[in-house]
Design a protein around this ligand. Structure first.
Ligand code: TPP
Length: 667
């Protein structure tokens, strides 16, 4: 069965050739970039964007039921820029000419928010596959939650293009297993199988049998010639048609850098090396000498095509309007999700805890998250096989699974890295607000995804429990020491380590209220004594500001003790024995504190008081800014110990006595 007429086929082939030309010219112009993928995948690009495979409308780039296309092999960014341009997205030829230049809409690797039509920030290989799985989770959940028997408003597919590199990465393997297990049959991977990586031919580093591998993960796999528009289209249409509980992979055999004979099919074709043959390549491809050439035939084809796609989208808009009319409550919930709207009184909707609550902040977190879940219906959560410990299970939320895609608790399995990348995908999709949990010491397992969430300004929430050597018996492998500072150094990540239940309530509200970046909530395993000298609202408001006075001095200020989380009670106890001139500052979130007006900051940490101590069960690295030259850290600049938590804390100086001793050196 042919899925394409001869006329269309030759037009699409011409478009593929011109897309090759754009990639060659853009990469040649800046002498950097990756030619291999855009040249090798040009026919598939033409089919995806010009042969009714992807549902998209360049006039409404984020319409809700569009197919999501993610270029996981972000190094091949000229692929997506060429096709977005040809397809009629607001990405001008001028921007293509500005490839990789300062402030352009065509950055070296695709960045969410920089380029219309780019769904995700990709480049670190493997992440895009994880993101695609997140989009697929979001799509499945949106369909289950919002489709009705009368109106099926969500039936989009998620399509990701990747190469050998993405597939070699562990994060992709974790995400692929998750997708197969959860039967995400709305997901299609296109594997650009060109048998080349960067340094060498792929068989230097891989020998797995891709079809068998995917099949073993519960996927359908088919292998085709990626330069054959008809064969690829047919495979793609078949993949879309089968709601059989199996995600799909199309293994497309391609020739890397096809169109530059000097380098095609070899590792030399991967990067910009082929650009030096640009002149000859242009000739060989039958392109005119003028650079950045797009023929009027191709332009006309895509503008007619866009009109057709626009019509299809309009039909959906009519359906959507009817759905909204028939389902006002669901429509309101969906709108709130899309705007990420929160009740203004979210914090008030989290009940106050009894004044003498001395529970672990992870346990308080469990109470808080359930109150938040009631107030914010588009909020979902998940854990990497640690719900029982991370306590973030939404009690009446049900489990997300193939039997219940409307569930609000995602069981990620022991796949922290994929959890991070999947959360990013859900956040990119923008319909649901997502949180993911694990032990804090394993935050490093998903750090690349946290970094990307921070870069892409995604409002993902991380719930990291067991936050210090206070974990105890599990020993140094499970006791984070460098992790807290390690998270603080990631730009645009808010790190909140609350000291008691009320601070925890505010920490969750702060995380939910944040829209331009992720927040990590750092919670204890062990019980913490509430600072009942202050009212609940004083502690909550103070936490929202990042730092506040937990104990005010009652005579002239002599010393400031700064502390976070479970060390705050030690600081308060030390201050009691040190006397009237000692102030204690609770500093749950450096980043929020830094965003306060200068006069507020000065009122909490007046420059005139240089005698300062920082108390935290972790390395001292990030405290210098508050300690100055004269301050001293009571921190843990070493790995922990295998012993009961209280013993380890005491042994490593996390106790009032140690603070008093250090204070003696200062005042
Ligand atoms: C996590 C990560 N490691 C390394 C790189 C550097 N890198 C960019 S492309 C590439 C090779 C990828 O091979 P493949 O996916 O087959 O792409 P192709 O050569 O087909 O373009 C490497 C190692 C990267 N971008 N991300």
């Amino acid at each position: 069965m042919s899925t394409v007429t001869d006329d269309t086929l030759s037009l699409l082939q011409q478009a593929a050739t011109e897309a090759r030309g754009l990639a060659i010219d853009a990469i040649d112009a800046c002498s950097s970039g990756h030619l291999g993928l855009p040249l090798g995948c040009a026919e598939m690009g033409a089919a995806l964007f010009g042969n009714q495979l992807l549902n998209y409308d360049p006039a409404a780039p984020r319409w809700l039921n569009r197919d999501r296309f993610i270029l996981s092999g972000g190094h091949g960014s000229m692929f997506i820029y060429s096709w977005l341009h040809l397809a009629g997205y607001e990405l001008s030829l001028e921007q293509i000419k500005q490839f990789r230049q300062l402030g352009s809409e065509t950055p070296g690797h695709p960045e969410f928010g920089d380029t219309v039509g780019v769904e995700a920030t990709t480049g670190p290989l493997g992440q895009g596959i994880g993101n695609a799985v997140g989009f697929a989770v979001s799509g499945k959940r949106a369909a289950a939650r919002y489709n009705t028997t009368e109106h099926s408003i969500f039936n989009q597919h998620v399509v990701a293009l990747h190469g050998d590199g993405c597939l070699q990465e562990g994060v992709a393997k974790e995400a692929i297993a998750f997708a197969g297990h959860n039967k995400l049959d709305n997901l299609i991977l296109i594997y650009d199988s060109n048998d080349v990586t960067l340094d060498a031919m792929a068989d230097q580093t891989q020998s797995e049998q891709a079809e068998l591998y995917f099949q073993s993960q519960g996927w359908d796999a088919v292998t085709i010639d990626g330069h054959d528009v008809a064969a690829f289209s047919q495979a793609f249409i078949a993949a879309k048609a089968q709601d059989n509980g199996r995600p799909k992979v199309i293994i497309a055999k391609t020739t890397i850098a096809k169109g530059i004979p000097e380098v095609e099919g070899s590792a030399a074709g991967h990067g910009e090396g082929g650009a030096k043959f640009a002149e000859a390549a242009r000739l060989g491809l039958g392109l005119p000498a003028a650079r950045f050439h797009v023929s009027s035939a191709v332009r006309d084809y895509f503008s007619e095509y866009a009109a057709k796609m626009g019509q299809a989208r309009q039909e959906w808009e009519t359906l959507f309007a009817a759905w909204k009319l028939a389902n006002p409550a669901l429509a309101q919930e969906l709108a709130a999700g899309l705007e990420d709207g929160l009740a203004e009184d979210l914090l008030q909707q989290i009940p106050e805890f009894p004044a003498d609550t001395n529970t672990a902040t992870r346990a308080s977190g469990g109470v808080v998250i359930n109150a938040v879940a009631k107030a914010v219906p588009h909020f979902i959560t998940g854990s990497a096989d640690l719900f029982g410990s991370t306590k973030n299970y939404i009690k009446e939320g049900g489990d997300f699974s193939a039997e219940n895609y409307a569930g609000r608790n995602v069981w990620f399995g022991i796949r922290e890295h994929a959890m991070g990348a999947i959360c990013n995908g859900i956040a990119y999709d923008g319909i649901f607000r997502v949180s993911g949990a694990t032990f804090m010491v394993f935050a490093d397992y998903l750090r690349p995804a946290i970094r990307l969430a921070s870069l892409a300004k995604l409002p993902v929430n991380y719930i990291f429990t067991h936050d210090s050597v206070g974990v105890g018996e599990d020993g140094p492998t499970h006791q984070p020491v460098e992790t807290l500072s390690g998270l603080r150094v990631i730009p645009n990540l808010d790190v909140i380590r609350p000291a008691d239940a009320e601070e925890t309530a505010a920490a969750f509200a702060a995380a939910l209220g944040r829209k331009d970046g992720p927040t990590a909530l750092i919670l204890t395993r062990q019980g913490v004594r509430a600072n009942s000298a202050l009212s609940a609202s004083e502690r909550r408001e103070g936490t929202l500001k990042g730092a506040y006075i937990a104990r005010r001095e009652s005579s002239e200020l002599q010393l400031i003790i700064m502390a976070t989380g479970s060390e705050l009670p030690h600081a308060l106890d030390a201050a009691e024995s040190l006397g009237a001139g000692v102030r204690v500052v609770s500093m749950p979130c450096f980043e929020r504190f830094e965003r306060q007006p200068a006069d507020y900051k000065a009122s909490i940490l007046p420059a005139s008081c240089e005698a300062r101590i920082a108390v935290e069960a972790g390395v001292s690295s990030t405290w210098g800014q508050y300690l100055g030259f004269k301050g001293k850290a009571v921190c843990i600049d070493r790995f922990g110990l295998s012993a009961p938590g209280a013993t380890v804390m005491q042994q490593l100086g996390m106790c009032p006595e140690k603070i008093v001793e250090v204070a003696g050196e200062l005042i």
